[in-house]
Design a protein. Sequence first.
Lengths: 112, 115
Amino acid sequence: AQSVTQLDSQVPVFEEAPVELRCNYSSSVSVYLFWYVQYPNQGLQLLLKYLSGSTLVKGINGFEAEFNKSQTSFHLRKPSVHISDTAEYFCAVGGNTGKLIFGQGTTLQVKP
Amino acid sequence: EAGVAQSPRYKIIEKRQSVAFWCNPISGHATLYWYQQILGQGPKLLIQFQNNGVVDDSQLPKDRFSAERLKGVDSTLKIQPAKLEDSAVYLCASSLSGTSGHEQYFGPGTRLTVT
């Protein structure tokens, strides 16, 4: 069975500061990992994904994530956040069928 | 390229009433997903279609929920009768195929409130 745990429900940060959103996963099979962003009253948008290869994955809007198999983690990072990054962020794990298991979400609050 | 379309965007009904949601995926996408997102939680897959066949409906409460994708294009999700705990956002997503290598594109969702 697969599961995802997002370790922080809310992360407040000041504009232009770095941020890390933490995600741990559990999977007994080959794992594919994703980060999605959800702005208010909108659907989810893919930020980045890890399928195989390099463990450091770069995504849109300056975000990146690192796959760490030994620690079963896939933390999302951005070196300098903007007000416009305020949103809900979801980590997800997928298998071969395309089905995604999502974490509970982390609210990123960027303050001026 | 047009995105995933969903309607209605908002719906308020009383418990025990029925409701239906509609989704039109991106043209050419063979796989269609319906997710339920309860407030404060991540989306949970209800059902996955590959063309007009069901791939996974293990988490669909089949005593009250039904879904169809008759011509392998658009899809409807129905709840009958609705319960208070069905209040949630219902998200539709589509992808080229049912593998994790293909990105899932999400619609804006339908926010259902059951009173």
